[in-house]
Design a protein around this ligand. Structure first.
Ligand SMILES: O=C(O)c1ccccc1N[C@@H]1O[C@H](COP(=O)(O)O)[C@@H](O)[C@H]1O
Length: 211
């Protein structure tokens, strides 16, 4: 199971995540988020991230010129599109900065079915996504809500590797170990306050996934 810890703002927390063996560290470039970082904060955090640990830039409906500028300033590895971006927009934006990317789909149990989730994944696969992230739908927020979605809507035969997010923590992540997913992503479940990570919660999370 691959693990991404997301929403870092503190150097010590990044160091702890790396020491614990996180595969990826996510930085939020979405100013309304309480976990958002500035370019200069991000540069300082990324300096602490060694080879073999991926840096993920989480963006929400970011304008083309802003993403190009961000990519010039911060050496990230992968873009996580977590807004309303269409497959075509993701493809164009990622091409403009020459980066791999994944798309977050917010799953709504009232309107989604396994078929609709698979169809949505297929559209992003055709546009060149390297993975898909499934998160819980919230009517007023794009993510980082701490809410889970109905896991029976996780496809078994997805055309892209699935990264599961939404309300994960050390107590529930083990329930995912038998599911057809490539990785997990957590933010709120490893925090004591927004953007401030709890070393014991990070450790417990890694233990729960057997890392
Ligand atoms: O973390 C945020 O503030 C955030 C803001 C806007 C979009 C996504 C955001 N976070 C991502 O949301 C999921 C689930 O987070 P949680 O574990 O339920 O807190 C995860 O991918 C975060 O990276």
């Amino acid at each position: 199971m691959h693990v991404k810890f997301c929403g870092f703002t503190q150097l010590d927390d990044v160091n702890t995540a790396v020491q614990l063996g996180a595969d990826a560290v996510g930085l939020v470039f979405y100013p309304p988020s309480p976990r958002a970082v500035t370019v200069s904060q991000a540069k300082a955090l990324v300096k602490r991230i060694p080879a073999f640990v991926s840096v993920v830039a989480l963006v929400v409906n970011m304008a083309d010129n802003e993403l190009v500028e961000l990519a010039h300033q911060v050496p990230f590895d992968i873009i996580q599109f977590h807004g309303d971006e269409t497959p075509e927009q993701c493809q164009q934006l990622a091409y403009a900065v020459n980066k791999r990317w994944m798309k977050a789909l917010r799953i709504n149990a009232e309107t989604d079915t396994l078929e609709s989730v698979n169809n949505r994944i297929d559209r992003f696969a055709a546009a060149g996504a390297s993975s898909i992230l499934l998160d819980a739908y919230h009517p007023h927020k794009y993510g980082g809500t701490g809410a889970r979605f109905d896991w029976s809507l996780i496809p078994k035969d997805s055309s892209l590797p699935i990264i599961l997010a939404g309300g994960l923590n050390a107590d529930n992540v083990a329930d995912l170990l038998d599911m057809p997913i490539y990785g997990v992503d957590v933010s709120g479940g490893i925090e004591y306050d927004k953007g401030k990570k709890d070393a014991a919660k990070m450790r417990a999370f890694m233990k729960a996934v057997g890392k």
